[in-house]
Ligand binder design. Structure first.
Ligand SMILES: Nc1nc2c(ncn2[C@@H]2O[C@H](COP(=O)(O)OP(=O)(O)OP(=O)(O)O)[C@@H](O)[C@H]2O)c(=O)[nH]1
Ligand SMILES: Nc1nc2c(ncn2[C@@H]2O[C@H](COP(=O)(O)OP(=O)(O)OP(=O)(O)O)[C@@H](O)[C@H]2O)c(=O)[nH]1
Ligand SMILES: [Mg+2]
Ligand SMILES: [Mg+2]
Lengths: 277, 295
């Protein structure tokens, strides 16, 4: 029997600490370490090789992020709906995404469907002019569902990419979640489902509440992707590992700053390298 | 909830005369798991469990109570103890001997500073004071417009940057002209920034050094995870924070971040944000937050 706690090069307490401090849940951390220990046991000659152990840990994390989590490229015409709780970076992500997808040769339109928060439309309008993309705004007091209905009515014939920014909403606010479900029902009636992307935006600084958020939004509207923002800070965003385990919703992009170029496609290998010291 | 879990664990300890190392070991593990789930920082949890152990070992259990009940009381009172500042007056704003009283808000991107700035203005206006808002975020698109809309909603004067004016300049100008604009209090809303962004940290440090606000408050999101301790420690070292405000407490986030922040910095928690509306700001109640952290 290998006594891991006295192995000089690898301290399992330290490993547990690293994973927990990265916002990986206790349950996920324990099952990662359990898997790691069984891999070491089936390779007992390497039980003191810390390089081998770290490599195994890396692989376990990458597998969790990649298996059942891959996604194909976006369809030629695509509608991306960005949802999430308050302040996570939806509006900024909409702007960055518009820039990135324009550079891929797409014809992009931004839709300001946050009719609630102070100066939300102004913020997206400034982004639209910054990245040189058309923007659709609602009329005074027009409901988000109506704005989207109008946009999608004109959508069918051209190959187009539409990015819809919605108001921040806590998943605990039943009325706001109902509004969102209605929005999605409107969209799903008007376009082929293969064209509709529903992405939740999560902040890398978040802790375990991200799990409740994904649970509620996924149950409510069926998420097809996760965007993790503010990865340029020091928070590791390890919560996505627990999310990958549980929901198998692919992570599509990472937000790495506040300017229009600060968005990158998610890469599991790079993400895990940044997570492990 | 943890209280239910604790009740469960201690059912089989009924009749045991004392709390011992053995019989609390399992319970400490349960509490650790629950606090991690609540996003309390790992080191703050370690410190907390040590305290709990000290206070509970050898404690005699009165015949009228179960060891579990004694234990729960120790846990609850220690949580409240951490969240309650030693100096009771520190949970109130520091009013300047000569007006205007200044409140500088600082924090990460998206934590709720702009909304909180307006809520503070609304709160102190109702309290009979004459607050003004200062839009010192020149970075985020439409940040000034956002504060302007809120200022007009609550009918409070707002200082906006003149053409070419920098953040520190609008702050200095606002302070100089506060009284003539009929404001005896100014709330300075700043851009969200990373603790590791040297130029942005130097910007806000210069503002603090120049206008010397008696209140420098860190705005923390209730759903923050483990890294928030590193963030606040950096802000505190550079700015000498005087307090914190917890936002989005109306979510179902357990809010352990505020326990870690308070346990590490001993900064008083002045307010809690409880909605997106202007009246969504409440004074901080330790026992309420303690019970939600426990779950
Ligand atoms: N450092 C950093 N900041 C970001 C990133 N993404 C967004 N932000 C900042 O986070 C803040 C909030 O961004 P918004 O786009 O307004 O967030 P939101 O989700 O639309 O907010 P609400 O609409 O109010 O719910 C802004 O200051 C952004 O510049 C990122 O990847 N890195
Ligand atoms: N539910 C709820 N939402 C809040 C609370 N405080 C702020 N918000 C929302 O959180 C989002 C971000 O708030 P802002 O005031 O723009 O945050 P900020 O810190 O100024 O953001 P930056 O300037 O980009 O750093 C907005 O949608 C607010 O309405 C709160 O206490 N409860
Ligand atoms: Mg937004
Ligand atoms: Mg702001």
């Amino acid at each position: 029997v290998i006594n891991y706690r006295t192995t000089p090069e690898i301290d399992f307490n330290k490993l547990e600490e690293t994973l927990l401090l990265a916002d990986i849940s206790l349950q996920t951390t324990e099952n990662i370490l359990k898997t790691l220990k069984s891999r070491i046991e089936s390779n007992s000659s390497k039980s003191n090789d810390s390089g081998f152990i770290v490599e195994q840990l890396r692989q376990i994390l990458v597998d969790k992020l990649q298996i059942n989590n891959q996604r194909g490229p976006l369809s030629e015409s695509t509608i991306i709906l960005l949802v999430g709780v308050n302040g996570v970076g939806k509006t900024t992500t909409a702007g960055k995404l518009a820039h990135q997808l324009t550079h891929q040769g797409r014809s992009v339109t931004l839709v300001a469907a946050d009719t609630f928060r102070a100066a939300a439309e102004e913020q997206l309008t400034q982004w639209a002019s910054r990245v040189k993309v058309d923007i659709v705004k609602g009329l005074e007091n027009e409901a988000p569902a109506t704005i989207i209905y109008k946009v999608l009515k004109n959508f069918s014939e051209r190959t187009q990419t539409i990015i819809i920014d919605t108001a921040g909403r806590l998943h605990t606010r039943v009325g706001l979640m109902e509004e969102l479900k209605k929005l999605v029902r409107v969209a799903e009636k008007m376009i082929p489902l293969t064209m509709l992307e529903k992405w939740i935006v999560l902040d890398a600084n978040m802790g375990q509440n991200a799990i409740h958020q994904v649970e509620e939004f996924h149950q409510g509207i069926g998420l097809t992707g996760i965007v993790l923002t503010k990865v340029d800070g020091t928070a590791k965003g390890g919560i996505v590992i627990s999310l990958a385990d549980r929901f198998h919703i692919p992570i599509v992009y990472l937000g790495v700053g506040e300017t229009m170029d600060d968005i990158i496609p998610f890469d599991a290998q790079e993400f895990v390298s940044a997570l492990l010291p | 909830s943890i209280t239910e879990k604790l009740q469960g664990i201690f059912k089989n300890l009924r009749g045991q005369g004392k709390l011992t190392e053995q019989n609390i070991e399992e319970t400490l593990k349960q509490i650790r798991a629950s606090l991690l789930e609540a996003d309390v920082h790992l080191e703050a949890i370690q410190k907390f469990l040590e305290k709990i152990k000290q206070k509970s070992l050898g404690k005699e259990v009165a015949l009228s109570l179960t060891p579990g009940q004694v234990f729960i009381k120790i846990v609850q009172s220690e949580l409240i103890n951490i969240l309650t500042p030693k100096d009771k007056t520190s949970t109130r704003l520091k009013f300047a001997p000569a007006p205007p009283t200044l409140i500088l808000l600082a924090g990460l991107q998206g934590s709720g500073k702009t909304t909180t700035a307006a809520k503070l203005a609304y709160y102190y206006k109702k309290d009979g004071r004459k607050p003004g808002l200062v839009a010192a975020d020149l970075i985020r698109p439409a940040a000034i417009e956002q504060l302007e809309v809120l200022a007009s909603q609550i009918q409070v004067p707002i200082f906006k940057p003149a053409a070419g004016e920098k953040a520190i300049e609008v702050c200095i100008r606002a302070v100089k002209s506060a009284l003539e604009s009929n404001c005896n209090m100014l709330i300075l809303d700043t851009a969200g920034r990373l603790h590791v962004d040297e130029s942005m940290m130097s910007e806000i440090t210069s503002i603090a050094q120049r206008v010397k606000p008696s209140n420098i408050l860190f705005v923390a999101d209730a759903m923050a995870g483990q890294d928030i301790v590193r963030v606040v420690t950096t802000f505190h070292n550079k700015l000498h924070l005087t307090g914190t405000i917890l936002t989005k407490a109306d979510s179902d986030a357990r809010g352990g971040a505020i326990l870690s922040i308070t346990s590490t910095t001993e900064l008083p928690i002045l307010f809690v944000g409880t909605s997106e509306k202007m009246d969504g700001l409440e004074p901080f109640y330790p026992d309420r937050i303690a019970s939600r952290i426990l779950g």
